[in-house]
Write a protein that binds this ligand. Sequence first.
Ligand SMILES: [Zn+2]
Length: 61
Amino acid sequence: MKLPDHPVIRNMERTGYPDGKEPKQPICPICSRKADTFYVGERGDILGCEECVCARDAWEI
Ligand SMILES: [Zn+2]
């Protein structure tokens, strides 16, 4: 006899998340693209994400 899996386990198997819902993807307020990383200034203000901010050699600007 096989017991049915707990709903949380079924959700984890189906979606990878305990409640069966994917967490909302953060959206960059600068370029409106989906972002995993935000770059912020000294006061916590968002400057951009990994999609719209890049590092440049300061000596060449
Ligand atoms: Zn961005």
